[in-house]
Write a protein that binds this ligand. Structure first.
Ligand SMILES: Nc1ncnc2c1ncn2[C@@H]1O[C@H](COP(=O)(O)OP(=O)(O)O)[C@@H](O)[C@H]1O
Ligand SMILES: [Mg+2]
Length: 422
């Protein structure tokens, strides 16, 4: 199965591109689902379908041969997967003085919607329901958070909810609940709440591997040739690199066609040309696909079909167009090193420290836990340097590792010790 994410700033054309890609794939015989993860759903609108024609929430609607659409409805998802967790959080908020309705509203955390869509993806993946799932993501900032969820959740789950600890907490809560609930205004969670967290975790298990496997999942960044939009696209590119996801195309939308010669558009045309050459420098060697501005809005099957042809021509949208691994571990002259594709980064932007057998790399607000291969987990990261858009981190042997060989247990060092920031 293939999963393709479409993301970019609001209004650049994500929904139009995702929907037209769906039309193109279905025409080629792929069983395709276009799934909207953007809370401002508009997939049905781009097909010019009335919302009442959609199947009940949580079920894909077939709209033509080989083509389904689905919009994730958070209210319905709360009922299905989050009821007890939501109820518990709402009761805590209610106790803290919020009125009941507001507490219920606030108990929908940011990210629940995205986690729900990841559960669907995992389910369709396990059941092999579709050949291709196209995700119409929320504008960039939100869709980035969506990518970090499995990674973060896995990290917490592995450490906090390890099976033994989880069972223990649950048992303690069961025994203590009647007592605590008599004396304390803050209730302990019901057993169903624990069960639900566990089920959620199990439903998400493995999705991070799916998202970081370039044979399965790739990201297509949709942008327009404007400075502010490009800045956001650049940040998104860096972020996907950090999360080990593969961007296999950058799609530049709304280019003024050649035959527009009106004086009014002269300035626009030269600005677009300038930005277009910058795009080449920024994202190469990732392929760049161009879409002209159409003479009308993109609405309904006919227009989507036209857009699909403009993007892909004879290309098959399901293929992977670029798949370089974002991390490479190796040895140069006997020194272990990690190479990461992190474009637009300067040496002084990179902070890092080792934590157990993980390297934690921080660039600005982004943070990434990179599991180190066994051979490297006993070594200490020494310094980061930037070379041709790659961050190269070299590792040196510690005294313990020297004495006992590279496979010795990793010594624990204070976090600050290896930060490179001045
Ligand atoms: N190449 C294009 N030519 C003309 N109109 C376009 C083009 N791409 C997108 N549109 C229109 O722009 C609007 C926003 O596109 P949409 O796909 O909804 O963006 P997003 O999902 O990124 O917010 C829609 O009305 C769509 O029909
Ligand atoms: Mg949209």
């Amino acid at each position: 199965m293939r999963i393709i994410l479409h993301t970019g700033k609001g209004g650049v054309g994500k929904t139009s591109v995702a929907s037209s890609t769906g039309v193109e794939l279905a025409r080629r015989g792929y069983k395709t689902l276009v799934m909207s993860v953007d809370p401002a759903h508009s997939v049905a609108d781009s097909f010019d379908l009335g919302r009442r024609l959609l199947a009940p929430a949580g079920t894909p609607t077939k709209i033509r041969p080989n083509l389904w659409i689905q919009e994730v409805d958070i209210q319905k998802e709360v009922g299905r997967h989050w009821k007890h967790v939501h109820g518990y959080v709402a009761s805590l908020l209610n106790i803290s003085g919020l009125n009941e309705i507001l507490a219920e509203e606030l108990a929908i955390f940011p990210g629940m919607e995205e986690v729900s869509s990841l559960m669907y993806i995992n389910q369709y993946m396990r059941e092999d329901t579709f050949d291709v799932i196209l995700l119409d993501c929320a504008p960039t900032a939100e869709s980035l958070r969506f990518i970090s969820i499995p990674n973060t959740l896995q990290w917490y789950m592995d450490r906090i909810f390890s099976d033994k600890l989880f069972t223990l907490e649950r048992r303690v809560a069961k025994v203590m609940r009647p007592l605590v609930n008599t004396f304390s205004p803050v209730p302990l969670p019901e057993d169903e709440c624990f069960q639900q967290v566990k089920t959620l975790y199990e439903n998400l298990r493995g999705i991070d591997k799916v998202l970081t496997n370039p044979e399965i999942t790739t990201v297509r960044l949709v942008t327009t040739p404007e400075k502010m939009v490009l800045k956001e696209t650049q940040r998104a590119f860096l972020f996907f690199c950090l999360y080990g996801m593969t961007v296999d195309a950058v799609i530049v939308n709304r280019l003024l066609p050649e035959d527009v010669q009106d004086r009014f558009f002269k300035g626009w045309k030269s600005t677009q040309e300038r930005h277009l050459s910058t795009i080449g420098e920024f994202f190469a060697p990732v392929p760049i696909w161009k879409i002209p501005l159409f003479n009308n809005e993109i609405l309904g099957l006919r227009e989507l079909d036209r857009l699909g042809k403009a993007i892909y021509g004879s290309r098959d949208p399901a293929l992977v167009y670029y798949k370089e691994s974002p991390y490479r571990f190796g040895q140069v002259d006997g020194v272990y090193q990690l190479r990461m594709k992190l474009p637009f980064v300067e040496t002084e932007d990179v902070d890092m420290f080792k934590h157990g057998d993980e390297l934690v790399v921080r660039v600005g607000a982004f943070k990434r836990h990179i599991p180190l291969p066994q051979r490297m987990s006993s070594l200490e990261p020494e310094k980061a340097r930037v070379e041709n858009g790659d961050v190269i981190i070299t590792f040196h042997k510690t005294e313990v590792a020297d004495a006992a060989g590279a496979s010795a247990l990793p010594p624990v060092r204070p976090r600050e010790a290896v930060q490179t920031r001045k």
